[in-house]
Ligand binder design. Structure first.
Ligand code: LMR
Length: 390
């Protein structure tokens, strides 16, 4: 008799797309699925700055002995310097990717606020709810974006915060909203942050696509506003996209606080939580990022490569809109994603009949498109009866 009565596994819909795309033998298939940057040849190359840092690491690394529960502390510090204003007190831990950072953020929130509710605007990254709920956090959702009209539902976001209780938390996409690409304006951010301060709501900032919207400094402006004005903030930072380190699982979680003692305590607690889950994070990606950020030449090279990626995404957005004017809204959105107002039937037909791969909710990864694929992408949209926003 079977000893393990396991439930039917539910495949992750986004990651499932990767396998389905690979297995598709149609030569003109287009991959707008999972959030991975591609160059105009369809490749996701290792950045030259990363290669150089890896070579350096291979020459210089003398030991692979344990570093400690919070991983490579110099990496955490260097990355923190890149992300936050000079005056911000930000202490944290290296984590396995941005997802590991989110998990630690959810865990520490749950320890401090076991009765709290974590608010999440929808649509959102499909793993936000399962990831935070599996840390034991109670969640609630509100409407962030109307896919049919392509408008941010700012009033409903403010209303949700207004109805939340002190000590509740909210996930905020620091920039390049996933899956909509629709970010708040600076004025809206200020209004939202003022309300968070007034209501004592704790922001958990998910920072995964910084540098790929309007450039690093602009993309970090909202995070810096939040961490400057809110007393305590949790920030989950990923290096997957902007350093191209996807499979190396490189990220960090921070507590920023107006009180140094709070951030210091949080850093130690991050380590304790990590110990109970995976003990210590993998070293390689963090060591690579540290070497890049410590070396002005490598850092410049990385900035230049990031800029090239950003420019490409922006110009793809322009080219797509120029070819099909009902897609004009994509030029107003930022980062890798836009959420097209497509029905599930239309999405299914795009994948099955036209070999255009996209997420089930209609999300496209603009950065996955090649210039010479735009024509076929647009004609496929027309073929499934896509007419744009209402
Ligand atoms: C995505 O949204 O496509 C990426 O963040 C990859 C992932 O882990 O889901």
């Amino acid at each position: 008799m079977a000893q393990f009565n396991l439930p039917e596994p539910q495949p992750d819909p986004l990651l499932q797309l990767i396998g389905k795309y690979r297995a598709d033998t149609r030569p003109d298939k287009i991959d707008l699925g999972v959030g991975v940057y591609r160059d105009d040849h369809g490749n996701t190359p290792v950045l030259a700055a990363v290669k150089a840092a890896e070579n350096k690491l291979q020459q210089e690394q003398q030991s692979k002995s344990y570093l400690g529960l919070t991983g490579d502390n110099e990496f955490v510090e260097q990355l923190g310097t890149l992300l936050f204003n000079d005056a911000t007190i930000a202490l944290g831990a290296q984590t396995p990717g941005g997802s590991g950072a989110l998990r630690l953020a959810a865990e520490i929130y749950n320890i401090a606020h076991p009765q709290g509710t974590l608010w999440i605007g929808t649509p959102t990254w499909p793993n936000h709810l399962p990831l935070t709920e599996s840390a034991g956090v109670k969640t609630a959702t509100f409407d962030y974006f109307d896919k049919d009209t392509q408008q941010i539902m700012f009033d409903s976001s403010l209303e949700a915060i207004d109805n939340a209780k002190a000590g509740d938390a909210i996930i905020l996409h620091g920039c390049c909203h996933n899956p909509t690409g629709a970010d708040l304006t600076p004025e809206q951010w200020q209004q939202l942050v003022s309300l968070l301060v007034e209501k004592n709501i704790i922001p958990i900032v998910d920072l995964a696509y910084h540098g790929l919207g309007d450039g690093l400094e602009d993309d970090l402006a909202a995070t810096r506003l939040i961490t400057t004005q809110c007393e305590e903030v949790l920030v989950a930072a990923s290096c997957s996209k902007n350093f191209g380190l996807y499979r190396d699982r490189t990220g960090a979680v921070y507590m920023t606080s107006h009180e140094k003692s709070t951030a210091t305590r949080a850093q130690a607690v991050f380590g304790q939580i990590a110990r109970k889950i995976y003990s210590m994070p993998p070293d390689h990606g963090a060591a690579v990022v540290r070497l890049i950020l410590q070396d002005s030449t490598l850092k410049k090279q990385w900035h230049d490569e990031l800029k090239t990626m950003t420019e490409r995404v922006k110009s793809l957005r322009q080219s797509i809109a120029e070819r099909f004017e009902v897609l004009e809204f994509v030029t107003r959105q930022k980062g890798m994603f836009s959420l097209l107002p497509l029905s599930p039937v239309q999405v299914n037909s795009l994948i099955e009949d036209h070999a255009v791969y996209l997420a089930g909710d209609g999300r496209i990864n603009v950065a996955g498109c090649q210039l010479d694929q735009i024509e076929r992408f647009v004609t496929s949209l027309e073929a499934v009866g896509f007419t744009g926003p209402q």
